[in-house]
Ligand binder design. Structure first.
Ligand code: CA
Ligand code: CA
Length: 449
């Protein structure tokens, strides 16, 4: 498709400027770069061409036009929202063939343009300590950052225990990024127990911390709302992906936060301005077997632990939410052999140790939280299919229900059985990927990110 699009556009340009093929090539390069200017609006992707490449002497916004495309996989036709004069460095393209060519090229370049974009700026909101998939998911984020696919801006925590933040700092430091801001949710009362593995942060060998870190208690960390507001205030508009794999406590608190010294916008306004997607592990969008194996509705843990907050998130979040339901991770279990074999590149590995402390092998834990990371950072790799757009509602008894609506801002992940092995392997390889700095852990932390 890309080749076809490029071919048609090239032909269109070259036919008019046969004498100047080098210039045509240059135009093509400029056009490809222009595709970097992508915004998501509702459920469509909009290309806004306003570079000075499209020069025109008339009109307040000369040479600009907007294309609106469905997100991949493309299932509906593109729409041309508007077009002004398409005038290229002094010569005018015939508009119709140019439109056709650009539309085809736009569709075909969508994936490659996104792939060439800067790393996805990502905030990870986690209930670290309640299950070991949070630790695997954070390890994955670090691997994706090492591959320049994402940049972890901050981690915020919804588990209300002081050791959750130190364990997060352990992992960040292990992967060479010990200065990533960490925010906590104090006195929320949400899962205040210690959990099974955050104590890994406190293990010492010969009086020294086994896993180096300098945030020794969540009591020394700023609040999640402060970290979120500060992080979003500094981010580019419509750029940030928030991956929420715990309760919605922090996001609800953010969305209801007022303007403050950090930013004059309310939390809801700031969120709508800076965030482009929330990738959330919560709910269930397929029948789930209960203890007796009977299929039915499922009160998913991340929903049930803080129902008012997830209701607020659904109500106040103005950007798209991508839901990874309980059924996705449940059908993609993590092979315990990987825990035993893939983390042996250091004598002690905090992720493997967390998994084993949570539930020892042989046990293949579902990969719930990992799936929300993968879907957020690699949306175009065919790991999952997406539902049609719709709206999720949360009942008072923690049931999530999805109603399809064309204007809805929500979609949920669908895992086709034929995709499962490949997707599972991506999760395994990414979460077990070693840090990319030399002389790794036990560990010489790299200062900064
Ligand atoms: Ca630190
Ligand atoms: Ca979690």
């Amino acid at each position: 498709m890309a080749i076809l699009g490029v071919a048609i556009l090239t032909k269109s340009i070259i036919e008019q400027h046969k004498s100047d093929q080098a210039r045509s090539q240059r135009i093509l390069q400029h056009l490809s770069k222009a595709f970097g200017k992508i915004t998501r609006q509702a459920n469509r992707v909009c290309y806004n061409f306003t570079t000075d490449f499209f020069e025109s002497p008339d009109g307040p916004n000369p040479g600009s036009f907007r294309l609106s495309l469905p997100p991949a996989p493309a299932t509906e036709p593109m729409k041309l929202l508007s077009i002004h004069h398409l005038c290229v460095s002094g010569f005018r393209l015939t508009v119709l063939p140019a439109i056709l060519a650009v539309q085809i090229l736009a569709s075909s370049l969508l994936h490659s343009a996104q792939a060439e974009e800067a790393p996805v700026p990502l905030i990870f909101d986690t209930d670290m300590g309640n299950d070991c998939d949070d630790a695997l998911a954070l390890a994955m984020i670090h691997a994706l950052q090492s591959r320049k696919e994402c940049e972890l801006l901050a981690v915020t925590i919804t588990k209300d225990h002081e050791l959750a933040a130190p364990f997060v700092d352990c992992l960040n430091t292990f992967y060479g990024r010990g200065n990533i801001p960490i925010g906590v949710c104090r006195n929320s009362g949400k899962t205040p127990d210690a959990g099974k593995y955050n104590q890994v942060a406190k293990i010492t060998d010969d009086g020294k911390l086994r896993f180096e870190h300098d945030l020794l208690s969540g009591n020394n960390a700023p609040t999640a709302v402060e970290v979120l507001r500060r992080t979003l205030a500094q981010a580019q508009d419509a750029s940030v992906v928030v991956v929420q794999v715990g309760f919605s406590t922090n996001l609800a608190n953010l969305l209801t936060s007022p303007a403050d010294a950090i930013d004059p916008l309310s939390g809801r306004e700031l969120f709508a301005k800076k965030v482009k997607l929330v990738s959330i592990m919560a709910g269930a969008f397929a029948p789930i077997p209960n203890d007796r194996g009977v299929l039915g509705e499922h009160r998913e843990y991340n929903v049930a632990e803080d129902i008012p907050s997830i209701k607020k998130l659904v109500e106040l979040c103005d950007v798209p939410i991508l839901w990874s339901g309980f059924e996705i991770g449940l059908n993609l279990t993590y092979p315990h052999q990987s825990i035993l074999q893939d983390y042996r590149y250091v004598p002690h590995h905090p992720v493997a140790q967390a998994y084993i402390a949570y539930i020892p092998p042989p046990h293949d834990r579902p990969t719930w939280d990992l799936t929300s990371v993968l879907a957020a950072v690699r949306p175009d790799r065919g790991y999952f299919e997406l539902s049609n757009p719709g709206t999720v509602t949360i009942s008072d008894d923690a049931i999530s229900r999805f109603v399809e609506t064309p204007q809805g801002k929500h979609r949920y992940l669908i895992l086709k059985p034929s995709m499962a092995e490949r997707t599972r392997e991506a999760l395994v390889q990414l979460s077990s990927q070693p840090p990319n700095h030399p002389g790794n852990s036990q560990l010489k932390p790299i200062v900064g990110r």
